[in-house]
Design a protein around this ligand. Structure first.
Ligand code: ES4
Ligand code: ZN
Length: 326
């Protein structure tokens, strides 16, 4: 079984991390004070007690509420910088984090404010910590495709600051087809494409993400275990899955980590990767996710090394840069 020192030393990338989901209660209180905002919680303990989720939506309701403390360019910088420092501590060498512009533009915060703060921190992360990155802009799938188009248009002046688009928020009832046109427009702009699919949603959503949105990776995708044919397809086509073990147990996709299928999918030849999703809400960053697999599934050093190598292989860095990291 892989131990902490081995897991920390492995060069790892993180491909499924929502920056707003890395907002720790301590920083949330500090930003609330700085911005003169009254939070509906007394202290950090009370916030953590509220993180008692029953499904994806019960989490999203609190997650969007917490993001309200993010107001200034410096707030987005501080959020991103705190995450980068965790990455540095944990042996994470490259990241492709998500951000949700609509969560902020709907509150009157400009795309420029959000992107300036995040990208300034990512540049410092490269310079001061040696962590490379490629930012991914996510559309909120509970909103309309028209709203996604407005967001993409607002981001066009800043195309040099992100590498791709994703799709997140409430999955059930918001199938990939709803965003067919905006994903085609993003592809035309030369952007990479990923989408959350098969977290709570059915096989048809994984299929739609691949065939209609033309995504290069599936975020979560764990429900592919419902279909032998889909598992075979994902393995044959080498479509990576960005799996988030602590997220899946905290949102009750699985009742206990011992039920998590990630190592069976690895054994079957799928390009599965380990990720933290929303670490401030789900009880741990990337290393804690690897550790949970060692603790509850008996993950070996060989399996851990394969998962870390998959994370490099599945990233959007160049073949040359991959060779340097592998
Ligand atoms: C998310 Cl776990 C998860 N699923 C879908 N959308 C999200 N946004 C932030 N975390
Ligand atoms: Zn996610």
């Amino acid at each position: 079984v892989a131990d902490d020192a081995f897991l920390r030393a492995l060069p790892k990338t993180e491909l499924h991390l929502h920056l707003e989901g890395s907002l720790e209660p301590e920083l949330m209180f500090a930003l609330a004070a700085r911005n003169g905002i009254q939070l509906p919680y007394q202290d950090v303990d009370q916030i953590r007690q509220a993180y008692n989720f029953t499904n994806l939506q019960s989490f999203l309701d609190i997650y969007y509420q917490c993001a309200d403390v993010l107001r200034t360019e410096q707030d987005f910088y501080d959020l991103t910088w705190a995450y980068l420092q965790r990455c540095h501590d944990e042996g994470v060498v490259h990241i492709e984090p998500f951000f949700d512009p609509q969560t902020h533009t709907e509150r009157g915060i400009s795309m420029e404010t959000v992107l300036d703060g995040i990208s300034r921190a990512l540049a410092d992360g490269q310079q001061q910590l040696g962590i490379s990155s490629g930012l991914i802009l996510c559309f909120l799938r509970h909103l309309s495709e028209e709203a996604a188009f407005v967001t993409l248009e607002q981001a066009i002046p800043y195309l040099h600051l992100f590498i791709g688009v994703g799709l997140d928020s409430s999955e059930l009832g918001n199938p990939p087809e709803k965003f067919a046109k905006v994903f085609a427009a993003a592809a035309e702009l030369g952007l990479h494409r990923v989408a959350h699919a098969g977290e709570e949603g059915p096989i048809a959503y994984i299929e739609g993400a691949l065939d209609i949105l033309k995504v290069e990776r599936i975020d979560h995708g764990v429900r592919c275990t419902d279909s032998e044919a889909m598992m075979d397809r994902l393995a044959a086509e080498g479509i990576p899955l960005t799996v988030c073990p602590l997220s899946n147990t905290r949102l009750k996709v699985y009742q206990h980590m011992s039920e998590h299928p990630i190592l069976q999918l690895l054994q079957r030849g799928l390009c599965v990767t380990v990720n933290a999703d929303d670490p401030a809400f789900f009880g741990g960053y990337l290393l804690a996710n690897y550790q949970a697999l060692a603790d509850h599934l008996g993950m070996t050093c060989g399996q851990a090394a394969q998962l870390a190598a998959n994370s490099i292989q599945a990233s959007f860095i160049s073949t040359e840069q991959k060779a340097l990291l592998l």
